[in-house]
Design a protein around this ligand. Structure first.
Ligand code: ASP
Length: 406
């Protein structure tokens, strides 16, 4: 018998979860889902929480090491990273603007009572100076055991920098990081392969406790993210094509279309690499430049993921009845930018990093259950945007270096 692919399994799990949830809701059997189905969702979320620290730590160190080679590529390297960082920060702002508009129009549910007696953690409300000081760990292990993600990032940056500075002597450490990262990626792939179970049990429980209304809310949060994706593509990539690469946006999107579609269906920037390389070269990018920019982009440049993380954070904060202030929005921009850098270019990775943003904001990670069921639908759009950003960068940097063909 042919094995059913993961996306299809997830879709079936989603439909079944909604159906079972609705039946239990109307039959007044929400308790049944809380007692017998939710625990499996809990196991899944526990696994997500468990993997997030090693993934962030290793992927960040690995990212820095791969950027270390940038010295060899000189100006191209810095221009590429500057382009990636600026566009990702803009993506976060766009995501936050849309999420706040939706939130202020009361389109997101507020203060859901998901469980009797549940108390959601309050979002961190310390002032800027306290937050700044708090980012720097005084004890490495306590950063890991309390999942203090900002501190974990600082530790990763320090170790990454240290490994680079140690040069030849640091080679063993560098190899150990790559080896561990390869292993962690496999563990992550295994956890993601359990998605259908997570999707079914969480969807059934959420719908059984919240009723059909929650489905409407999920449609709205998806709409919000997709509006962000589209506006980012139209504003940022059209402008980049026009202003930096001197190319009509229509030509750019036509040229990138094949990779965009491949990314949309595969939900993996890494798997889309060969197609994006072809598209970028076809659009006139220099072969050597695109060979550097695209693989790096598929690991660290995730504009779609950044938008998704911002929208999802505001949505889940609203579900938990937490109102976020301006300072916390800035923290979201910083953590979502870093989280998107740390996101691997594989299916579902952005959702694992969402756990990091939520942890950094002091928002209960269990809330991920609410949107987990539809993560694949978010992932299709965000991967499509991620890949488009990589191609736009390859074309722009080629132009800046005076190497763009036609
Ligand atoms: N699937 C995305 C990508 O490969 C990463 C994510 O899950 O956000 O680009």
């Amino acid at each position: 018998m042919k094995k059913v692919s993961l996306p299809v399994q997830i879709l079936i799990a989603l439909a079944l979860g909604i159906a079972v949830g609705l039946v239990c809701y109307f039959a007044g059997a929400a308790d049944f889902t809380a007692k017998y189905l939710k625990p499996f969702g809990d196991i899944f979320v526990n696994l997500l929480k468990f993997i997030v620290v090693p993934v962030v730590l290793l992927s960040m160190i690995d990212g820095i090491i791969s950027m270390g080679d940038m010295k060899k590529v000189g100006a191209v390297g810095w221009k590429t990273v500057a382009y990636f960082l600026c566009t990702t920060a803009i993506a976060c702002v766009i995501g936050l603007v849309f999420a706040n508009i939706f939130n202020s129009m009361s389109l997101f549910p507020s203060n859901l009572s998901l469980q009797e007696g549940a108390v959601w953690d309050k979002a961190t409300s310390a002032n800027f100076m306290d937050t700044l000081v708090g980012i720097f760990p005084s004890n490495m292990w306590s950063a890991f055991t309390t999942s203090n993600m900002l501190q974990v990032i600082v530790i990763a940056l320090l170790f990454g920098g240290g490994i680079m500075a140690a040069g030849e002597k640091g080679k063993l450490c560098r190899d150990i990081v790559s080896t561990f990262y390869a292993v962690i990626e496999q563990v992550m792939a295994f956890i993601i392969s359990l998605s259908p179970i997570g999707v079914f049990t969480m969807m059934a429980w959420v719908v059984a406790t919240q009723g059909a209304n929650i489905i409407g809310s999920l449609v709205l949060v998806l709409l919000c993210a997709y509006l962000g994706y589209i506006v980012h593509a139209v504003l940022v990539y059209s402008m980049s094509a026009k202003v930096f690469a001197g190319m009509s946006p229509v030509r750019f999107f036509k040229g990138a279309f094949a990779a965009m579609m491949f990314a949309f269906t595969s939900t993996s920037s890494a798997a889309t690499l060969p197609v994006s390389k072809e598209c970028a070269d076809e659009l006139g990018a220099d072969g050597e430049i695109s060979a550097f920019v695209l693989p790096l982009g598929s690991t660290i440049n995730m504009d779609g993921t950044a938008i998704y993380q911002c929208v999802a954070t505001i949505f889940l904060a609203s579900c938990a009845g937490v109102q976020l202030g301006l300072g916390q929005m800035v923290t979201i921009v910083v953590t979502a930018t870093l989280a998107s850098i740390g996101t691997a270019g594989v299916s579902g990775a952005g959702m694992i990093m969402l756990a990091m943003v939520l942890t950094a904001m002091g928002i209960d990670v269990n809330l991920i259950m609410i949107i987990y069921g539809v993560d694949r639908l978010f992932d299709m759009g965000r991967t499509c945007l991620n890949v488009t950003g990589d191609i736009a960068c390859a074309v722009c940097v080629s132009k800046w270096e005076g190497k763009k063909r036609n």
